[in-house]
Design a protein around this ligand. Structure first.
Ligand SMILES: [Mg+2]
Length: 124
């Protein structure tokens, strides 16, 4: 089944590292999008929605926590899975973000195994 993913992070280097880690994990996507902040991600979703979003927390213009809320306001994106990827790992942040509608939370530094574990349930 065709799968699409968007990597949302304000660091281009981090987006590359995440992409490489996904490739190492063995997960395969037919389409990969990138966005530098939440606003850009929403714009790209509007044009061409993806099934899975990997989302940084701290970004200029629109943070990842704001992006989660915005995506969850759109019924057309109800099935979009949002996995946060962040150096921030406080339980409060994780709990709040999940309560806002994120599906998972990966903390940096991460491993290919971690991506495999978090994303494979959504690859069917
Ligand atoms: Mg950031």
């Amino acid at each position: 089944m065709a799968k699409s993913i968007m990597i949302v992070d304000d660091s281009a280097t981090m987006r590359k590292i995440i992409m490489r880690t996904i490739n190492m994990s063995g997960l395969e996507f037919d389409r990969t999008e990138e966005a530098g902040n939440g606003a850009e991600a929403l714009e790209k979703m509007g044009a061409n929605p993806v099934e899975i979003m990997l989302c940084d927390v701290n970004m200029p213009e629109m943070s990842g926590t704001e992006l989660v809320k915005k995506v969850r306001e759109v019924s057309a994106y109800a099935d979009t899975k949002i996995i946060m990827v962040s150096t921030e790992s406080s339980q409060e942040l994780i709990d709040n973000t999940i309560a806002d509608g994120a599906n998972g939370f990966i903390t940096k530094p991460f491993t290919p195994e971690k991506f495999q574990e978090e994303l494979s349930p959504y690859m069917k």
